[in-house]
Ligand binder design. Structure first.
Ligand code: NCD
Ligand code: ZN
Length: 347
């Protein structure tokens, strides 16, 4: 017997689409199931100003195959030179839905990010005033801090001080990977949400390092111990509206992943909805999937829930996903959960 689950069309609140040939190849993988996505601005060069975001949005829409509907929600990349008035204008026009904070050097293409947080105070204050959310890559970059501790230290040293100094600033802690982050969200009253990726609900650090190194499981923030994965699962299925889906689907070509200094990022756009149905069913929480993937994100971003739907069907045959997506830049490996999945997502 086929079991079905119909939810409002989901959105992805943290997505990397890249540009050019890569954009062309990966966009349909997301647009097949998702209605909207918060588009990360870490291109080379980064999307810093409103005019750059407008041009990028046009390139995304031009790459969308005929017959597919998808709304890119644009973000600006925060630098120490960002002009608060440019940010405010891009928000007022409806173009930009968030500003992204990368601590300089934290992850892929983050060299133009922030080193001295005092230098972005005027932008943060303007954002608090106009209600524009700040999306944070929550890791310190200090080489003295162990990579597995960088998220927890960021909360204490950077995030909490910024939030205390900027009342009313609305913040999304993106791709949280620790119990510390989930607990911090739960402990706060207002103006704070968190995205959780599909892969961090599935893998812990053993998947990356035990029995041979698995570059396709390497992403940032890096997956942590099992206790943290379990805390993320508990948060995702809790029904608490402050946690919502941001896949952080981050395509890199195989040569770039499988090199001496491999890139960080898991590509999950293709199979995310099937994997999430599997995870939520495992947790006995299929009834919470609509909240996590389709309702809590719009609530935080003050946007309507989609009036369209997505149907997931569980059958006896395992879902088959391509191992790789071919792109003009080279093949991109699709995230392999390491177990069969019986949920199929309609397109
Ligand atoms: C992202 C990318 O490749 O752009 N990589 C990743 O491991 N998640 C950047 C990011 O979100 O950190
Ligand atoms: Zn990302």
């Amino acid at each position: 017997m086929t079991q079905t689950l119909t939810i409002p069309r989901p959105d992805d609140w943290h997505l990397h689409l890249r540009d050019g040939a890569m954009l062309q190849a990966v966009l349909p993988e997301t647009a097949r199931h998702f209605g909207r996505a918060i588009i990360m601005p870490n291109l080379v060069p980064p999307v810093v100003r409103g005019d750059q975001a407008a041009a990028y949005r046009d390139r995304i829409l031009a790459a969308l195959p005929e017959g597919m509907a998808f709304e890119p929600l644009m973000t600006l990349y925060l630098t120490e030179d960002t002009d608060p008035e440019d940010v405010a204008a891009a928000h007022a026009s409806g173009l930009v839905k968030a500003v992204k904070l990368y601590p300089a050097g934290a992850t892929t293409n983050s060299a133009s990010g922030v080193t001295n947080f005092d230098n972005v105070r005027p932008v943060l204050e303007k954002m608090a005033e106009i209600g524009l959310p700040l999306c944070t890559h929550g890791e310190v970059t200090d080489n003295h801090i162990d990579i597995f501790d960088r998220e927890a230290v960021f909360i204490d040293r950077v995030l909490d001080p910024i939030r205390k100094a900027t009342p009313g600033l609305r913040v999304v802690m993106e791709h949280i990977t620790t119990r510390n982050a989930a607990d911090y969200v739960a402990s706060q009253d207002t103006d704070l949400g968190a995205t959780i990726t599909t892969h961090h609900l599935i893998i812990n650090r053993n998947h990356i390092l035990a029995g041979g190194i698995k570059p396709h499981y390497y992403c940032l923030p890096v997956a942590k111990r099992e206790e943290h994965r379990l805390a993320l699962r508990a948060a995702a299925v809790s029904g608490d509206k402050r946690y919502f889906l941001g896949t952080d689907s981050a395509p890199h070509t195989d040569p770039n992943k499988l090199s001496e200094c491999g890139c960080a990022g898991c590509f999950t756009a293709t199979n995310t909805m099937s994997l999430l149905a599997h995870v939520f069913e495992e947790e006995g929480a299929l009834d919470k999937l609509a909240g996590f993937a389709s309702e809590n994100g719009p609530a935080f971003y003050r946007l309507p829930v989609s009036r369209e739907t997505l149907t997931l069907r569980k059958s006896e045959a395992a879902a088959e996903f391509p191992k790789k997506i071919e792109t003009g830049d080279g093949p991109v490996t699709v995230f392999d959960p390491g177990f069969p999945v019986y949920w199929h997502a309609d397109s």
